[in-house]
Design a protein around this ligand. Structure first.
Ligand code: GLC
Length: 519
């Protein structure tokens, strides 16, 4: 059952969203890239003898009004009302409903047929939903609905967007997280997310930040103007760092091969691995060839958006930073390239990637482990990057590699379990005891599911299954009890942060993945 004030009635592949206002009237709007949804119809009501019929139930396949009237999708752009002897009214229009009345789009339809087809579509989708334990089932069902509801067509392909209301494009690392959730019931759709991303690679091997209706966002000149203004206000030294006017690549963290391998583990497909191998190799090489300005062998983020943590206090110091997550992802990506090369029978290459993974982690430990923690380097616009005071869980992310010396891994686990990062609802995106911690502000305190999921994944690889299990259980409980699949949660209250997007793709995907693993 949907609450139309919180979650829209929509359909897989459709840009249309039906939501309810405080007065109960419905609005039909259309999702657009980096713009507010465009109103198609507003003030929509169904009247019987001049009295508005209340919505009795909003289900994935139809909105049911009293009197047996239904609003249903006959096609991605076509919404129809089925019923008899009632009248639909909306701002600037009205129509009698007798059988089936087309509201948006075109065509005439048989009411029973349209309802049956919509029900069959959603039944088929829910039949693919992976099994999860009883206490997680209701939220998992909402998550599985979210993964289909967030699909739109981009360039004629089925792209899962983070949110139809807020992020209308295929975002790079979101697509990877989406694939990790989708692999359990629809590995073909999971692979398609990764294919869309890889098919939009740049000539230099980089993957774009976003694939959208008008092209890609892959460098600063592609950014919408509103983003330039926002960045100029928020990012320390933005103007002199060239972030506002200059040309800087914009991408997202390299978790692609990690996701490819997860999909392969759930549904092995050697041809898919063969198809993605070269683009993944070129993507991996891009980071060290083009995103390591000081040439020390450890890559840096050259734009806040490339870190995926746009608003983090890490960026208060300037538009270059090297938090420890980036090189951890790259080290694991070497290992996953080795795994893929192994399946493809390219044993020499597999050995070489494995050695690079080992060497990359050794370099991280040698250059960035200060005996107590991995340092985050910030600044860098008008001088060398310096160690940040700000503490974020990115400094725990070397666990993701599964390759740390035991004493270093143990120190990170102890840090995770310390009051800085642990609590009823771990893990805050800025340490609880950091002066910059703000439980409501994006990436400045709230809990995000990708951070928790990747840490739990890394703890398992690092030989700490108990800590992984406990982190997963606390995360699952927070989402189960937190009122919906939001973009991020206030860790002090467990409620959605006020400005967080609703029905957020990776929260749905990663909640499902954790729920499946929890058995
Ligand atoms: C925000 C997040 C980023 C994410 C994007 C789409 O910009 O900071 O990590 O990829 O939204 O969900």
């Amino acid at each position: 059952m949907l609450d139309l004030r919180e979650r829209p009635f929509t359909d897989r592949g459709s840009r249309l969203m039906v939501t309810a206002g405080p007065d109960g009237a419905l609005r039909v709007s259309r999702a657009r890239y980096e713009a507010d949804p465009e109103t198609v119809l507003s003030g929509l009501r169904v009247l019987s003898a001049d009295r508005p019929l209340p919505v009795r139930a909003a289900l994935p396949d139809r909105v049911e009004f009293d009197g047996g009237v239904c609003l249903v999708f006959a096609g991605p752009e076509t919404l129809v009302l089925t019923g008899d002897g009632v009248r639909a009214v909306w701002d600037g229009g009205a129509a009698e409903v007798a059988g089936c009345r087309t509201l948006t789009g075109a065509g005439t339809f048989d009411p029973a047929d349209v309802l049956a087809r919509a029900a069959a579509r959603w039944d088929a989708w829910f039949a693919r939903m992976p099994a999860v334990r009883a206490d997680l089932r209701a939220r998992a069902k909402e998550a599985w609905w979210t993964l289909a509801a967030n699909v739109i067509a981009i360039g004629g392909r089925e792209a899962l967007v983070p949110s139809k209301a807020g992020y209308v494009g295929l975002w790079n690392w979101d697509a990877c997280f989406h694939a990790v959730g989708l692999r359990h019931g629809d590995p073909a759709l999971a692979r398609e997310q990764i294919r869309i991303l890889l098919d939009h690679r740049l000539p230099d091997g980089r993957l774009p930040d976003v694939v959208h209706d008008h092209g890609v966002l892959a460098e600063t000149t592609d950014l919408p103007r509103s983003d330039h203004l926002r960045l100029a206000r928020h990012v320390g030294g933005a103007a002199e760092g060239g972030i506002v006017g200059g040309l800087v690549p914009v991408t997202k963290p390299p978790v692609t091969a990690w996701a490819v391998w997860k999909v392969h583990e759930a549904a092995p497909d050697r041809d898919f691995l063969a198809e993605v191998y070269e683009p993944l190799v070129r993507w991996q090489r891009w980071w060290l060839a083009c995103s390591d300005p000081d040439g020390d062998g450890l890559a840096e983020y050259l734009h806040p958006y490339s870190s995926g943590l746009d608003d983090s206090p890490i960026w208060d110091h300037g538009p270059r930073a090297e938090p420890p997550d980036l090189n951890s992802y790259l080290a694991l990506q070497y290992d996953r390239l080795a795994d893929i090369a192994g399946v493809l029978g390219r044993d020499e290459e597999a050995r070489a990637w494995r050695e690079k993974a080992r060497a990359h982690v050794a370099l991280m430990v040698r250059l960035r482990w200060n005996g107590a923690r991995f340092v985050t380097l910030v600044g860098g616009a008008s001088g060398p990057p310096a160690a940040a005071r700000t503490r974020t869980p990115l400094e725990l992310m070397p666990l993701f590699t599964g390759r740390l010396p035991e004493r270093v891994a143990a120190a990170l686990v102890a840090d995770l379990r310390s009051p800085s990062f642990w609590g009823e609802r771990p893990v805050p995106s800025v340490a609880f005891d950091d002066p910059d911690f703000d439980p409501e502000a994006m990436w400045r305190g709230p809990v995000w599911l990708n951070v928790n999921h990747m840490l739990a994944d890394g703890l398992r690889r690092s030989g700490h299954p108990d800590a992984a299990g406990e982190l997963a259980e606390r995360t699952l409980a927070m989402v189960r009890d937190g009122g919906g699949l939001h973009e991020y949660w206030n860790p002090l209250t467990g409620r959605p942060a006020r400005r967080a997007a609703r029905s957020f793709g990776w929260s749905a995907a990663l909640f499902l993945d954790l729920a499946v693993q929890a058995g």
